[in-house]
Design a protein around this ligand. Sequence first.
Ligand code: ADP
Length: 271
Amino acid sequence: FYVLVTGILFYLLLKKHLIKIRNAEKKARESDHLKTAFLQNISHEIRTPMNGIVGFAGLLKENDLTQDEKDMYLDIITKSSDQLLNVVNDVLDVSLIDSGNVIINKTQFNLNEFMNQIYSVHGTILSKDISLQLNNTLSGLDYIVFTDKIKLGQIFDNLISNAIKYTPKGLIEFGCEMKEDQLLFFVKDSGIGIAPKYHEKIFDRFHRAEVETTKTIGGAGLGLAICKGNVELLGGEIWVESNLGDGSKFYFTMPGEFVISEIKEEQKEKF
Ligand code: ADP
């Protein structure tokens, strides 16, 4: 009897141990796969603008260029340089968030004005197939918030850029509302959508939803990880509601303690 019990116990222990090893191997394989995918993606993200810069800088040296041609080449070089700078900044931002050394600089500002600025920046660079709408439901009131304006702007920039990137044609809406004592921000698109099994993973760095369309659209999988890092540093949460082929709605919150007050009509001048 004792031999039997010892045998069963030994078998159970061995099984548990084997499962642990198998899980560790699976994790290591996943992490390897992620690293390879990241290196491929980031190389592509760097090489594309670099080709633009090197190629068109070379063309600029030719003697018989018209002014229009020169302007066009310079425009491509500038856009490619901005693209390259964005990639480098994303990598630096992720490592800064990882290290826990991000400096938060909170100030008071008028939220409605801020949202209008976001609209002006993105509204002017849209293609003809995409329209952008600002839908604030703050019932016509202006709010003063106390938060890091640059970080809040970065979160919107990333979410709206993604919405534009993953929406071949259609409408993008963004805005905010006051809900249960906190501010609820959203960016909604009518693009390719995201299958529910990726809803959590895409906020981890390097993770991208594996669909054909995402493969053809470039990206290193850093934008949402930066958004999540920034939202959490400002005390909020971020999540997505979406289905494949059905558009996406990204939400993030800001705790009510950072909403100072509604601005009264006579105070508006001051902000
Ligand atoms: P990147 O866009 O560079 O791949 P992100 O971290 O910004 O990296 O996004 C991670 C992934 O989430 C994307 O690769 C894409 O699969 C998915 N995703 C993000 N935003 C959207 C969106 N608005 N619509 C559809 N998919 C999205």
